[in-house]
Design a protein. Structure first.
Length: 216
């Protein structure tokens, strides 16, 4: 059929290992009662990760966060709402065209965007040593870019597919289900499964996360 052309696809992959960006947090209690607790926190994300290896942003970021929680029996619902001061984000001209190219080595060094953050979830004390947790984690990233694919029509003999980059706001949504297990002393072992809830932005597929926490 004359209107159909072959499509060539090239895949590439890579990996990196190292220290990512470190976060320093200070938190102050606002309200503390038998049924409800509230606190305010400030996170400073330090650019300790290598942006060339996609281990960090290359820029210092600050997040202001409100934390609220309650206790109903063995269930502890909670909500976090915050705003991250990142930077100028993507750069577009007056005609809303992206002033850059995919071959630009400075692409991954561009400043992060400001974003609105929220988390809604609950912890359940399954046993004295095991806590089950579930959260919905949202990020609304401002002053960023959306990528759209379009073509010149299926009936054109020399069909071409184009990539358009336009300014926009991206809403990233993840679901997180996991558990914390007390392993002795002040140590906790944590395991979490992160699941994408929507198809906005670029993010990995289902991702397991394993970690250790210690309370001081």
């Amino acid at each position: 059929y004359q209107g159909i052309v072959d499509t060539k696809r090239t895949d590439a992959s890579g990996s990196s290992f190292g220290t990512g960006d470190m976060v320093v947090r200070t938190k102050a209690a606002l309200i503390a009662t038998n049924r409800f607790d509230a606190a305010a926190a400030v996170d400073v994300r330090l650019p300790t990760g290598d942006p060339d290896k996609l281990l960090g942003t290359g820029h210092t970021q600050a997040k202001v966060l409100f934390i609220g929680g309650s206790t109903v029996g063995s269930v502890t619902p909670h909500v976090n709402v915050g705003y991250t001061l990142g930077g100028s984000g993507m750069t577009f001209g007056a005609d809303n065209r992206w002033s850059g190219s995919f071959g630009d080595p400075e692409l991954i060094r561009r400043q992060p965007s400001d974003e609105f953050n929220y988390t809604v979830g609950a912890d359940v004390a399954a046993t004295p040593r095991i806590t089950i947790a579930g959260d919905v984690i949202g990020r609304i990233v401002k002053n960023t870019a959306e990528m759209r694919l379009f073509d010149n029509g299926p009936s054109v003999p020399d069909r071409q597919i184009f990539l358009e980059v336009v300014p926009g706001t991206v809403h990233l949504l993840l679901g997180a289900v996991g558990a914390k297990v007390s392993i002795g002393g002040s140590w906790l072992a944590t395991g979490t499964i992160l699941v994408p809830v929507n198809d906005h932005g670029i993010k990995p597929a289902v991702t397991p996360v394993i970690g250790f926490e210690r309370a001081f």
